[in-house]
Design a protein around this ligand. Structure first.
Ligand SMILES: [Zn+2]
Length: 107
């Protein structure tokens, strides 16, 4: 069994678990709400974790996860500034050349 993903938001973990299971990948959630019960462990230790049961499907699960998260991390794709035509790296939310924030409207 391998740990696939950790998120602070339990809903996110549930969401991803549903997606993986609908793709036939068995997974389990650990640590959910444990922190509230224990009280003494640091917050990071309380974050829910998503584990893939079958090791051999780990990479497949990663690919599914990547696809599932793409709307959130879609900023990683390079985008073209509409103001000055500059190509901007996906992690930037505004144009380094002219300061335009047009990535918001580029869909
Ligand atoms: Zn620009």
């Amino acid at each position: 069994m391998k740990k696939l993903y950790t998120a602070q938001v339990p809903l996110m973990i549930d969401h991803l678990k549903n997606i993986l299971e609908s793709g036939g990948i068995e997974c389990v959630v650990r640590n959910t709400y444990l922190g509230a019960a224990m009280g003494e462990i640091p917050p990071i230790e309380c974050w829910p974790e998503l584990w893939v049961v079958e090791d051999e499907r780990y990479e497949e699960a990663q690919a599914v996860l990547k696809g599932a998260l793409s709307p959130v991390v879609g900023l990683e794709k390079p985008w073209k500034c509409k103001s000055c035509g500059e190509m901007i790296e996906g992690q930037f939310t505004e144009c380094w050349n002219c300061g335009s924030r047009q990535w918001l409207g580029r869909k």
